[in-house]
Ligand binder design. Structure first.
Ligand SMILES: [Zn+2]
Length: 476
């Protein structure tokens, strides 16, 4: 970013449990790995909050003049119904229930996931890598761990020796949990030959009913979920990476295990900044979800005629480390702010230089973003700037607004084109059709009434001389 790249960027590092100044190993290429989805169902809005966070952080780093290389995995094998190896493979379970092959399930839900990301204007990572395409990388990494004595082979699989790795203090680096605090009892039932209930699978053996299996030096089997992320992160980003992110639920098991196996293989620090986002809560009772008891997905929002970017704005309205309560009215309120900004773009003066007074807003926006990604504060700055532009009739703020949107990702510049693709809501369509009929019947009083009703709902009618009409959202 021009002229302001020297401002330090601060982010909360779960490893030190403090807000730290972010300095990448190589400023020209920040290496960033984020845990992707397990593709056995459509990702719900809570999951999507994570991906919006990842995207916003990436955009914030770019805003600060850093180039980011981002890798995200797709887990299509080895993630069991319990994060701690127990139960059934999630993808295979869906395959069985839906009567499809695991590959069909994985490819179906991967496509849906990537299309949901697009709707939310989440940039596609530089590398999106499926676990099943990287089995050789995983086997090579497991070999290194075995060579260094941090793993062992038994009949049911290759296991990571957690007690040996943790040594005397037996405390996790990320979770600060001691082994005694972990509820490991139930993890023995599926693998009674493990040395300790805390050990986790690197490679699973002798599971004849498992559909996806590969040959390995230890026999036919499949990888554990945790080794996938370590192997793919190292494959594309090197043995020490700058940023690794995921939901806070990953801290006690998945990320703890990733660190243990990676560092025991390489002897080097695996991650320099571990960042975690908090949950979206309150979705259990969300009225928009199609099936009771299921968390709402993006499609539910679209069917409720909510612009997907309203959900993005709703997420940005809270700090990423705070729990956010899902509420459809709050998402609709965010949509009003979105359309307020869209409405402004219609009056913006892209061809004119920004007014000098925008500088103060640029500074405040940058400060908020660099303060551990304080997006609610940054949004407040944006709205305040637009309010001032309206109030003072000085709309020369487009340069600042576009720069702000490079972080917020609300598609301010593309909004006209984007909105034209949105479906007309059914209730609006009904009014449109009634009005077309009234015009055919030459009932102009009725036609005017309907025009007023449409206007109240945010839609404008433009009548053409040939008798046809065009209907556009009023924020256009
Ligand atoms: Zn992961």
């Amino acid at each position: 970013m021009k002229g302001s790249s020297l401002r330090p960027f601060f982010i909360y590092n779960s490893l030190s449990r403090s807000v730290e100044e972010f300095t990448p190993l190589d400023r020209d290429c920040v290496t960033y790995y984020s845990c992707g989805p397990t593709v056995y169902l459509r990702q719900h809005l809570g999951n999507m909050r994570s991906y919006i966070f990842v995207d916003t952080l990436k955009r914030a780093l770019a805003f600060n003049g850093m180039r980011v290389r981002h890798v995200m995995n797709i887990t299509d094998v080895g993630h069991m119904t319990s994060d701690a190896d127990g139960g059934e493979d999630k993808v295979e379970k869906t395959a069985r229930v839906e009567g499809r092959s695991p590959q069909e399930v994985a490819s179906f839900y991967t496509k849906l996931f990537l299309s949901d990301l697009k709707e939310l204007n989440v940039e596609t990572p530089d590398v999106v890598c499926a676990a099943s395409d990287h089995i050789a990388d995983m086997i090579a990494l497991i070999k290194r761990i075995l060579e260094r004595g941090f793993a062992y082979v038994v009949r049911s699989g290759v296991y990571f020796d957690v007690e040996k790795y943790r040594g005397e203090n037996r405390v996790g680096r990320l979770s600060r949990q001691s082994l005694d605090e972990q509820h490991a009892g139930q993890r023995l039932e599926h693998a009674p030959d493990k040395k300790s209930p805390h050990d986790f699978a690197l490679w699973v053996l002798n599971q004849p009913t498992h559909l996806m299996q590969w040959d390995s030096p230890w026999g036919r089997g499949y990888p554990g979920w945790h080794i996938e992320c370590s192997a793919m992160a190292m494959r594309y980003l090197g043995e020490t990476i700058d940023v690794h992110s995921g939901g806070i639920d990953h801290i006690p098991i998945h990320h703890e295990n990733e660190i243990a196996q990676s560092e025991s293989a390489t002897g080097k620090p695996f991650v320099r900044y571990f960042v975690h986002n908090a949950f979206l809560v309150g979705m259990e009772g969300a009225k928009i979800s199609k099936s009771a008891g299921k968390f709402p997905v993006l499609e539910d929002l679209v069917e409720a005629h909510v612009n997907p970017l309203a959900f993005r704005l709703f997420c940005l309205g809270a700090k990423y480390r705070s729990e956010l309560v899902f509420n459809i009215d709050a998402v609709r309120a965010a949509e009003r702010n979105l359309y307020y900004l869209y409405g402004f773009t219609a009056n913006a003066r892209p061809e004119e230089e920004d007014s000098p007074w925008t500088q103060a807003y640029r500074e405040r926006f940058h400060e908020a973003i660099n303060d551990d990604l304080n997006t609610p504060e940054a949004l407040a700055v944006v709205l305040e700037m637009v309010n001032k532009a309206y109030r003072e009739g000085d709309h020369r703020v487009w340069g600042a607004l576009r720069e702000f949107d490079s972080v917020l990702g609300l598609r301010l510049a593309e909004q006209l084109e984007y909105l034209s693709k949105l479906k007309v809501p059914a209730d609006i369509q009904a009014l449109v059709e009634q009005r077309a009929q009234a015009r055919r019947d030459k009932d102009f009083r009725r036609s005017d009434e309907l025009r007023t009703q449409l206007r109240a709902r945010g839609w404008e009618a433009k009548d053409h001389r040939d008798g046809t009409s065009e209907y556009v959202p009023r924020w256009n």
